[in-house]
Design a binder for this molecule. Sequence first.
Ligand code: SDX
Length: 431
Amino acid sequence: MDTYIAMTKYVSATIGDQPTDGSLPIVQGTMGPAGVDIQALYSRHGVLAFDPGFRSTASCKSAITFVDGDEGVLLYRGYPIEELAEHSTLVEVAYLLMHGDLPTAVQRAEFDRAIGQYNLLHEQVMSFYNGFRRDAHPMAVMVAVVGALSAFYHDVIDIRNPQDRTRAAIRLIAKMPMIAAASYTYFMGRQQRYPINKLDYSANFLQMMFGLPTSEYVVDPVLARAVDVILILHADHEQNASTSTVRLAASSGANPFACIAAGIASLWGPAHGGANEAVVRMLHEIGSVENIPKAIARAKDKSDSFRLMGFGHRIYKNFDPRSRVIQAQAKKVLAHLGKDDPLLEIAIRLEEIALKDEYFVERKLYPNVDFYSGILLQAMGFPLNMFTAVFAVARTTGWASHWLELQEEAHGIDRPRQIYVGQTLRHYPKK
Ligand code: SDX
């Protein structure tokens, strides 16, 4: 039988005057839910807050991204994601996330120059790829290569120096397209191309991925724009699992490249960034619109581990605003390429049926950012195992921005506690 205790014993939180009855203060942000500041809970009352999965826990204050899951709202530094996807570029969004405001023309030019200065990989870093099997998953390669960059830039970064911090963040954002592209070209047995600085970020990513030494790569502006939109949509999402991983690693003062490598590792999971790959595998497994009812039944069957990948979200209990934009881009790119993808028809039909099904309706399970992104990426020629790598390229802008923001905080190393449920004290048996 669980023991219950009135929270009022610990938290008769007040807003306003300094409490005198041992109550705990409220922390109020500019938007979204307030928090009860429980930092003194253990020191004052000897009890811990228990919140596995952090469903009701704010781990920090942040000014970067705001998500309202009930209303389906996503703001980067106050700007709605739909407007940024419509009018901005990944590089401009990276500046916005890092610095808090959209860049002026002069700031943008300087930022573009810096990205172009740091987008090459050291030739010795390129040699790391040869240590992998050709069929190594790109995310395994990216975790290793980004982590290895800490060996190249450890001694030249003083993370107490703001200029060094900004330069490290820009280096990471600038190098990710070549790191990701190289994990693909290595798999294909092709020599890695270098960035061409007259091209923009996303066009460069495409030419490094798909350019061949035998002919000039002609950038398709519709595809380059689609890549830029997908990178903007995936750039940040407040304290998701991989960003929280980066922040936890960063709290110990770890090298920023090592912190981002930890984020890549966390993103790879199918419950997180790996879902886009899992969605396409699921749609292939469903195979036709006729098989959708069977898939829905399996997703609802607790004895079956099958889940509707790309559906549901820890925060969005309404539409994920990103999934709508990606669905539109997928339709636009497929029409532009004169392709039709049966998976898109299955996905749209699956969404229609699921959103009328009581199981999904009462649990507020909607398509998330991953539901359509794989269809769009596949239409542009990205292979299945590169989907999460593209997500990692985008999310590096968010991870780097949170890494920078965390450096300004002074709460020291993150050190969660636990509720111990193991053996009580016992002694080693005497021989
Ligand atoms: C991302 O956090 C972020 O912001 C992440 C992200 C970002 O930008 O960083 O938005 C990117 O990771 C998107 C999510 C991608 N993952 C998937 O699409 C995988 C499929 N989705 C599920 O694994 C799940 O919905 C999660 C992990 C996303 C969320 O899980 P929660 O919040 O822990 O939900 P839950 O497990 O508490 O589910 C509540 C109920 C349960 O049923 P009951 O026990 O109440 O009967 O809903 C069911 C779950 O079984 N459920 C699903 C389901 N997701 C939840 N049932 C079938 N299919 C699903 N996909």
